[in-house]
Ligand binder design. Sequence first.
Ligand code: 5RP
Length: 218
Amino acid sequence: MTDDDKRAAALAAVEEVKSGMLIGLGTGSTAAFAIGRLGELVRAGLKIRAVATSLRTESMARMAGITLVDFATVDSVDLTIDGADEIDERLFAIKGAGGAMLREKIVAAASRRMIVIADSSKRVDRVGKAKLPVEVLPFARGFVATRLADLGAKTALRAERSDQGNIIIDAFFAEMPDPCALAMGLSAIPGVLGHGLFLDEVDCAYIGGGGRVIRLDR
Ligand code: 5RP
């Protein structure tokens, strides 16, 4: 059961949260289980503050009674818990199906520790099958789409904008033999503001499946 697996992974990660921590709250259905559990713990006396990686997460955290801090005033985060669309043994991940990958990457980069939580359908041998979301300055839409095609991608423009008001282009690659080179290539395109390849950020993953949770460490 996917929801049970997501919940189990989320609860395992929340075990790492300690009073006094500043927590990065991820976005998506798996992260929502972690936010719900943190809300329960806060009501039971856990003292944490949090930063949100999206507007959806912000309102979920408020409803759960979690104290939020403006990320603009923060220089580091103790622990971030977030979902993923693909995760492999190297702890390379693809994120951003929910369109929040730019804020998610900034918060992950600011974090002393970042945990991915996922059900086992997200675990892959090598990342590269999922669509790779790219956040783009609207001004640069046509130029970036052409550069993505030059890198070998088929592209699709999403109807919804990101929380920042930027456009999101989903890039589909037939294969991704060298994610590090691809990430550098994407970052080098003027007008690309962020993308969903997380290659350095993830320290640990909790994967729920078949009634148990396995942990992958970097
Ligand atoms: C949002 C994300 C999500 O964490 C990712 O899409 C996983 O979502 P879910 O837990 O709903 O499968 O990267 O930008």
